[in-house]
Design a protein around this ligand. Structure first.
Ligand code: GDP
Length: 297
């Protein structure tokens, strides 16, 4: 798993590689190293605020004549510390678990739902998916296609129907089938933002009324390939009250993998899963330790 993650983070890692080799060869002072390290972190989209915090911490925890190897280990620990601030545990212990997925269209929501669906189906859970974006026929069709491919049932509503009523119907079916995991795909048209947030709140109310303690998780799907812009998008969704974590999609092939750090640091939410490709198998449970190691190794 570590090898796979390391491989997918190649582009981001390359941002550090040149500098790291230079540090190892040369006799730079701690301040020179920290200055150039800060530059590399910003280039990898770690964000100014988080970069400053990391560099400040390294300065406090290191001695003036510490070697690059020592500084790098402190850097890895600092990144790991930031990423571990919030538990990455995924709440799936209930027999009737409902997971709501939210996020901007095109961010990878439907694909990420399919990835979760097959992951838990393989673990022996009976899974049901509901396409609650009733205003985008393509979104519903796409989830249906995934359902066919993975052999997982999909509930969808009429075009233009109230998404909350589609979810209500799906919950009745979920109960009748005695399924164990319901994954709810939602709309992501950010330009009608207030309406969207109201719609999401309404869906959430329906879910919690029908199943106690649900939704057990509400994941915001963010696209890692847009780096710091993902933070701006995410801030809109913070208005929606019940987010429990992030599914960070498209971490493969991006040089902006450093954004993971500021996403956790600034949004104050854990990353629970990462998407590392377009296929259903391309999903990893997020491990702060492994991520920090893969980023810098
Ligand atoms: P939605 O509109 O938010 O439901 O987004 P989709 O699930 O339709 O995904 C949009 C595009 O991103 C599609 O082309 C997906 O194949 C692609 N995609 C989703 N997740 C990943 C990922 O982890 N890695 C890569 N490389 N592409 C992804």
């Amino acid at each position: 798993m570590f090898g796979n993650l390391k491989d997918k983070l190649t582009k981001t890692r390359e941002t550090f590689k040149e500098k790291f080799e230079e540090f190892l060869r040369s006799e730079k002072s701690r301040e020179e190293i920290l200055e150039e390290l800060a530059e590399s972190l910003v280039l990898a989209d770690v964000g100014i605020q988080s970069t400053e915090k990391i560099i400040q911490s390294i300065r406090q925890k290191s001695k003036k004549n510490d070697s690059f190897i020592v500084l790098k280990k402190i850097l890895e620990d600092e990144i790991c510390k930031i990423l571990s601030q919030f538990p990455t545990y995924f709440n799936l212990n209930n027999n009737h678990t409902v997971i709501m997925m939210v996020g901007v269209n095109g961010g990878g929501k439907t694909t990420s739902i399919a990835k979760l669906a097959i992951r838990y189906k393989k673990e022996g859970k009976s899974v049901l998916m509901v396409a609650a974006d009733t205003f985008r026929a393509a979104a519903q069709e796409q989830l249906e296609l995934w359902g066919k491919k993975l052999n997982i049932p999909v509930i969808k509503g009429q075009y233009g129907a109230d998404p909350a009523s589609v979810v209500y119907d799906a919950i009745q079916s979920f109960k009748a089938r005695q399924s164990q995991l319901l994954l709810v795909d939602t709309a992501g048209r950010i330009h009608t933002n207030t309406n969207l947030m109201n719609e999401l709140e309404k869906i959430k109310r329906v879910i919690s009324k029908e199943i106690e303690g649900a939704p057990h998780e509400t994941l915001l799907v963010l696209d890692a390939s847009i780096g710091q812009n993902a933070l701006t998008q995410a801030k809109e969704f913070l208005k929606f009250s019940s987010l429990t974590g992030i599914f960070l999609s498209k971490l493969d092939g991006t040089a902006k993998g450093g954004s993971v750090i500021s996403i956790v640091d600034e949004l104050k939410l854990p990353i629970k899963f990462i998407g590392i490709g377009e296929e259903e198998k391309d999903i990893l449970h997020f491990s702060p330790q492994e991520f920090a190691r893969a980023l810098l190794s």
